[in-house]
Design a protein around this ligand. Sequence first.
Ligand SMILES: Cc1cc2nc3c(=O)[nH]c(=O)nc-3n(C[C@H](O)[C@H](O)[C@H](O)COP(=O)(O)OP(=O)(O)OC[C@H]3O[C@@H](n4cnc5c(N)ncnc54)[C@H](O)[C@@H]3O)c2cc1C
Ligand code: FES
Length: 490
Amino acid sequence: MTSLWLDRARPVRPALDGETTCDVVVVGAGITGLTTAVRMAGAGLSVVVLEGRTAGAATTGNTTAKVSLLQGTKLRRIRRAHPLALVESYVEANRRGQEWLVDFCRSHGVLVEEQPAVTYATTRVGELRVRAELEVARQVGLAAEWTDDPGLPFAVRGAVRLADQFQLHPVELVDALADDLETGGGRLFEHSRVHDVSRTSSGVRAETGTGTVTARHLVVATSMPVLDRGAFFARQVPQRSYAAALRSGWVPDAMYLSADSPSRSIRRAAGPDGPLLLVGGHGHVTGRVPSEAQHLADLLDWARSELGGTEVTHTWSAQDHGPAAELPYVGPLLPGDDQLLVATGFDKWGFTNAPAAAGLLTARVTGRARDAGALESWSPWEATGLPKALAANGSVGLRMAQGWLRAYTRTDACPAEGSGVVGHDAGRPVATCTVDGVTHRVSAVCPHLYGVVSWNDAEKSWDCPLHGSRFAPDGSVLEGPTTEPLAPRA
Ligand SMILES: Cc1cc2nc3c(=O)[nH]c(=O)nc-3n(C[C@H](O)[C@H](O)[C@H](O)COP(=O)(O)OP(=O)(O)OC[C@H]3O[C@@H](n4cnc5c(N)ncnc54)[C@H](O)[C@@H]3O)c2cc1C
Ligand code: FES
């Protein structure tokens, strides 16, 4: 599936070839890696970005790209776990990230549209959540207001609205960030997956299949961190969700998100023959549902029946990570270590959190400030997320056992076009799929921490239900935390 945003001609960049050095090497060229690289370069540092696929190919190019301080019911969820001061710190960081991003767009010819953000409720439970969100939003100084009629074409119980928020085209942004980086002397290499990171006497060394970069600092901006140091894979949950662009008789004049479950997102986007309706949602933990295609079908049914959507022009899906204590992780990968830095855990709000993280990491590396406030990667409040982290890891253990057991109860067989099965061959779990007439046979064991992958019938990929690594039909890596492919099987 290709997103509305990625369906365009893009600049092509070379792979890393040979050895090079710089002040900061950034791993990953989504919004996090690119905003970090641009800000580091702006501070006078020499920067290299290594991207395993192409810039924006993972979550950033498959998002809904609202740049908003009203974030569904996120403030309420943070407030339930933390004192008000931390919510204020989170909002302030996001406000700075939003301001930086909007300024960047306006000064670099990226269209950024002002829109109100709306969180709406259709059920009693949703209404309670929305009212609580309004209260917290006001407590932290946001000019949020209640409305009984947020302008949707179906009945709601009410909504919270925040004026003067933004939406944009994420791939226009990615390309402008990459251009700006290169204009400022930074370097971006594509198809350059980092397989290993080691220490040197003066810094760190990142290795791809075709070269190495030695630097004073390394920033892991791979969404789920590809380095296991710090165990961030055990501190957040990968959440996959769906999006679609449709022609429609109704297009919204605001950016909407439901407070009810399943979560549903609505905005407009420019299409070749006029505005399109863009919808998103119906998410789940990566790799843990019987049919991803059914989640997408449910989203499309809803867009047609409730919003008047007609012809579907694009469908796509992506994942982001929900942190155990609700707050992102920005700063050292290991406590007190400024050589290896990380930015992750944006919980589907990376368009304000990532530029905020970029500013905080740049301040840290240049010695201007060390405190990331609510976004700190190692913090005393992390303990509040312990019960959620333990529950998440308990279900990881269960999935691990289920995956291996299931593999042993099925035989390895050649599946029909578009489908994949996990079976076993001489005691080893094997994943077999047929896509575009080609049958691929690879190990079903995820090289990260040995989860057994499952077939994603929407994306035609192998997804790991433990920490969200994803693989193409031929076993090559689509998303981390893994850095290694599924091994081929004869
Ligand atoms: C469906 C959906 C809708 C969303 N909508 C919104 C929204 O409206 N507003 C909002 O603020 N946020 C939204 N988000 C969240 C937002 O899109 C993300 O937080 C953000 O895009 C994450 O950016 P990133 O750069 O951290 O990750 P990514 O965009 O995933 O970038 C990471 C990059 O690292 C690369 N990489 C991985 N491993 C390696 C390796 N070993 N070596 C080299 N490169 C590697 C990947 O290929 C990738 O390009 C949404 C998320 C989803 C899933
Ligand atoms: S992603 Fe961790 S085991 Fe697969």
